[in-house]
Design a protein around this ligand. Structure first.
Ligand code: B12
Ligand code: SF4
Length: 474
């Protein structure tokens, strides 16, 4: 039989996901689902991708699309904040189609397979870690008539009252063996997707991820899916992926979403040189690490179309950085930002407030540091001890931790370190945002970025209104 597979992301609205910050939130399709869709199609399945999250579908319409497709198998993908809504959807699917096999993959279930499968009986099989090869095997079994496949490496499933976890699957040694992501299965692509206005300059745009895994050890970071070994598509493959988006879908802007894009400088260099040779009229932005960039590399990136670099700065307090195992110092961070600006790049900083050990003084140091840097933009996240991070198991001793999965979205305050209060932490965040943005030079740079792009105006106004609501608490 030909297996009919639906791959589904969570029907969670921007309001539910980002609360007060929803005006500045992004709707971006899941690159992971498209990689899986391509592999499933290659394996002979008929595949439907239902990007509820990025398309803004509610649970009702998502369910309708799933049922209309009459799937044999539904694969759900979820982060921690998505797991409850996705399980509720799975339960509704199972009520109508009890014979359907439901899969759950992504970082949350990879970090907590037992808790997740025990909590949500509508999820039959958990795919832990990298999903492509495991999905291929599951589909092979289904095709052979095995409707509830068991014993597959890289999975976990309930067996009576216990959850049985099968051996982990080896990571894919060469990512170039994977087919190109199945963008053609993404309804509304590329016109429908709207990243936050601070992240785009041209249209249409697409977000891509060219590396998997990170060798660093930041204590707040969930690396459950790809671990500590960094693998990457070769520069040649990466450029062919870009070419595909450029030629077939007219994409002109890329959001390179890797948390570790610049980890191996040589590869970034080769990627840029190839992009320049291809003479594509494409612009892009990515995340850097302050200790992995240098002036030559940044200039080359600029020539290859990069216009914005984001840096994980996290804190302006050296002791907090040390406690986070960030392995960066404030001088390195300042230097990288200055180099980036000199190379003609816009810069954005990510900050986290509320790490264990944080005090009003350390928050004040972060505020002063952020305002002293020549950054164009910032994002401030509430410290969230995600399952899969080292902090998850330490958080209860380090402060007040509300383990409500639905709230874990970096916007809600789920963790308050000893010595601080929730109000103190939230008003420190508001102060940081207010004092950073409400300065003439920053407002002017924002206006310059937005001004030339009428398509960004509506989203920019809505982002600005969100900011006003948040800073009212300062
Ligand atoms: C790009 C990205 C985004 C983008 C796009 C999100 C999206 N729709 O995918 C944007 C900016 C919108 C975003 C938003 C958020 N993100 Co984000 N994001 C990422 C990032 C950097 C890359 C994701 C990616 O594409 N990876 C590459 C693909 C190939 O991997 P993958 O998605 O994990 O999928 C593989 C496996 O997980 C598995 N798999 C996954 N799903 C399924 C389903 C089935 C059926 C199967 C078989 C297998 C399977 O197979 C896939 C292929 O191997 C990750 C970090 C990371 N390196 O993964 C963080 C990460 C996923 N994000 C995170 C967070 C916290 C968020 C936000 C809550 C907050 C925020 N940052 O704004 C929101 C909520 C988004 C949501 N849908 O819940 C955390 C999640 C932690 C957690 N435990 O919940 C991560 C892990 C970052 C981190 N280290 O802390 N994010
Ligand atoms: S925060 Fe970034 S650098 Fe640190 S471990 Fe996570 S991915 Fe790596």
């Amino acid at each position: 039989m030909t297996v009919r597979l639906a791959l589904v992301s969570a029907p969670v609205s921007l309001g539910e996901r980002y609360g007060l910050f929803s005006g500045a939130g992004s709707t971006e399709p899941s690159f992971g689902l498209l990689c899986l869709a391509a592999v499933a199609r290659q394996a002979g399945a008929t595949v439907k991708v239902i990007e509820s999250s990025a398309r803004g579908l509610d649970p009702e319409s998502t369910l309708k699309e799933i049922l209309e497709f009459s799937p044999h198998c539904v694969g759900f993908s979820a982060t921690t904040s998505d797991i409850i809504p996705i399980s509720a959807l799975a339960a509704r699917v199972k009520t109508v189609l009890p014979q359907v096999l439901t899969l759950i993959g992504g970082c949350h279930v990879t970090a907590l397979p037992e808790e997740t499968l025990n909590a949500f009986p509508a999820l039959d099989l958990a795919v832990l870690g990298e999903g492509e090869e495991t999905l291929r095997e599951v589909l092979g079994r289904l095709e052979a008539g095995d409707h509830f496949p068991d014993g597959i490496a890289g999975t976990a499933r309930r067996a009576g009252t216990v959850v049985r976890r099968y051996p982990a699957r080896d990571l894919i040694a060469n990512l170039d063996t994977l087919p190109l992501p199945a963008w053609d299965l993404l309804e509304g692509f590329p016109s429908l997707f709207k990243p936050s206005p601070s992240r785009i300059r041209r249209w249409p745009c697409a977000s891509i991820v060219l590396t998997r895994g990170c060798p660093n050890q930041c204590k707040f970071c969930d690396r459950s899916v790809f671990g500590n070994q960094c693998r990457a598509y070769s520069p040649e493959y990466a450029v062919s992926l870009v070419r595909d988006l450029y030629d077939r879908y007219g994409v002109r802007e890329l959001l390179i979403e890797d948390d570790t894009f610049v980890i191996v400088k040589e590869r970034v260099r080769e990627f840029c040189e190839r992009l320049i040779q291809e003479k594509l009229k494409i612009s892009w932005s990515c995340l850097g690490r302050a200790d992995r960039v240098d002036p030559d590399l940044l200039r080359l990136m600029r020539r290859a179309g990069c216009w914005q670099m984001s840096y994980g700065i996290e804190s302006g307090d050296p002791e907090i950085l040390k406690a986070m195992c960030k392995r960066l110092d404030l001088d390195q961070i300042r230097q990288a930002i200055l180099w980036s600006r000199k190379a003609g790049l816009r810069t954005k900083g990510f900050f986290i407030v509320g790490f264990p050990g944080e005090t009003l003084d350390s928050l004040e140091r972060t505020r002063r540091f952020a305002c002293s840097l020549p950054l164009d933009d910032i994002t401030v996240m509430q410290m969230t001890p995600f399952p899969g991070s080292e902090l998850y198991s330490l958080a209860d001793q380090a402060g007040m931790f509300d383990r409500d999965w639905r709230k874990m979205n970096i916007v809600n305050t789920v963790f308050v370190p000893h010595g601080l209060t929730q109000e103190g932490l939230e008003s420190a965040r508001s102060r940081l945002l207010r004092d950073f943005y409400f300065r003439p030079e920053v407002l002017w740079r924002q206006a310059l970025h937005i001004g030339g792009h009428p398509r960004l105006w509506k989203a920019a106004v809505s982002g600005f209104c969100s900011l006003l609501r948040v800073v009212r608490g300062a």
